[in-house]
Design a protein around this ligand. Structure first.
Ligand SMILES: Cc1ncc(COP(=O)(O)O)c(C=O)c1O
Length: 394
């Protein structure tokens, strides 16, 4: 019996996450995947987790396993104030909401803010998971231009000038999918523009701590606190399976995010939040983060080196100072999806870039490459194989 007719209109608006579909194909044995976007399992601090588990049980006992407040576990929210301060963001405990991953915040944002037909401005390209979180609420996506330095401020101003934008969604640092980072001068311009128009910006920052070179750049939230919901996560610096993300948001928005979260899951895992609290307050994060960076830096360098060595001259690619992705663009007219299928036949996978655009027909010649899950030698071999597929096609 088919139950299709029972699906809500909202459900019909949803799409399967294409990347998850691609990942199913590429999990076949022998496949080298530059397609994923997940942290390396070696980056998880298993020994620290063992120690933290004892600390949490000794310190919080049954409290760590009880229902807790929707806003988040008190000790975690307290230590997050210091953590955010270290990134240049002033906050107090009351402004912080813990969620089930940053994805949990994105879903709640969609629920709280988007009515059917509302205009939501997103970078072209943008994080697919955000589109997936927002699309069920049926927004109209408004495209923001980007270049090698991320969002182009002039494009933002033009879009806001047109009026009616509910909010802007940005990943300003080591963006997924491009790896691009918006430089400080541009952040200042963006902050001034959103202040001028009284706009709301959702700043999603899961990768900011994964910096392999260069100097840290302050979040846009630090430049326009009243206009920005800042979202971050422990997924890339601790363990994604714990599902701990958080946001600091203007009062009214935060209040509604809490009400929505009550209806979604009451609160995020108390035990996992307690682990996260002790991970920061015990200095474990500060000690472990350099290990993660030292694990990823050579992988990223190996990929950039291989791209320089093997990729054709008419390609260009991003050179991020951190994060998990490199974005490559071929000449106009090149069908990257076709190359993806050919490359998979040679046991190497990547993600065709067109999936990261809110409008169809864009980014046909682009690709996203991930380097966190593969060793340096294999990265070099995989990039060589992709380049051979490209050269044959061209
Ligand atoms: C830009 C961005 N935002 C949010 C997320 C979701 O992360 P999590 O829900 O694990 O915190 C990801 C995950 O890859 C991401 O790349």
């Amino acid at each position: 019996m088919g139950f299709d007719h029972l699906l809500a209109d909202r459900t019909r608006a949803m799409d399967v996450n294409v990347i998850r579909e691609i990942l199913k194909v590429v999990s076949q044995p022998g496949m080298v995947s530059l397609a994923g976007g997940i942290p390396a399992p070696e980056s998880f601090p298993l020994e620290i987790l063992r120690e933290l588990t004892s600390i949490v049980i000794d310190k919080y006992a049954s409290k760590a396993f009880q229902y807790d407040s929707t806003e988040g576990f008190g000790p975690l929210r307290e230590i997050l104030v210091d953590y955010l301060q270290s990134k240049g963001i002033k906050s107090n405990k009351e402004e912080i909401l813990v969620a089930s991953g940053s994805q949990g915040v994105l879903d709640a944002i969609g629920k709280v803010l988007i009515s059917k037909g509302d205009k939501v401005a997103v970078e072209a390209p943008t994080y697919l998971g955000a589109l997936q979180a927002f699309t069920p609420y049926e927004p109209e996506y408004i495209r923001l231009d980007t270049d090698d330095d991320g969002l182009v401020p002039r494009s933002l101003e033009k879009v806001l000038d047109g009026g009616g934008i509910k909010f802007i969604y940005l990943v300003p640092t080591f963006q997924n999918p491009t790896g691009r980072t918006i430089p400080l001068e541009r952040r200042r311009k963006i902050a001034a523009i959103i202040k001028k128009y009284g706009s709301l910006l959702i700043e999603d920052d899961p990768y900011g701590s994964l910096r392999y070179r260069g100097t840290e750049i302050p979040p846009i939230r630090s430049l326009a606190p009243d206009n920005v919901v800042y979202i971050s996560t422990f997924s890339k610096v601790f363990a994604p399976g714990l599902r701990i993300g958080f946001c600091v948001a203007p009062e009214l928005i935060r209040k509604w995010l809490v009400i929505v979260k009550q209806g979604t899951d009451l609160h995020s895992s108390t035990f996992n939040q307690a682990l996260a609290a002790e991970y920061i307050s015990g200095g474990f994060l500060a000690r472990h983060l350099p290990n993660i960076i030292n694990l990823y830096r050579p992988k990223q360098e190996a990929m950039l080196f291989a791209l320089d060595k093997y990729f054709p001259d008419n390609f260009k690619w991003s050179r991020p100072e951190g994060g998990m992705f490199i974005w490559a663009e071929g000449p106009a007219g090149l069908d990257m999806e076709k190359l993806y299928h050919k490359s998979v036949q040679k046991n190497v996978a990547f993600v065709p870039g067109k999936y990261f655009y809110s409008s169809r027909g864009e980014g046909i010649e682009t690709m996203r490459l991930n380097f966190t899950m593969t060793d340096e030698e294999t990265i070099a071999r995989a990039v060589k194989i992709i380049s051979e597929v490209i050269k044959r096609e061209m």
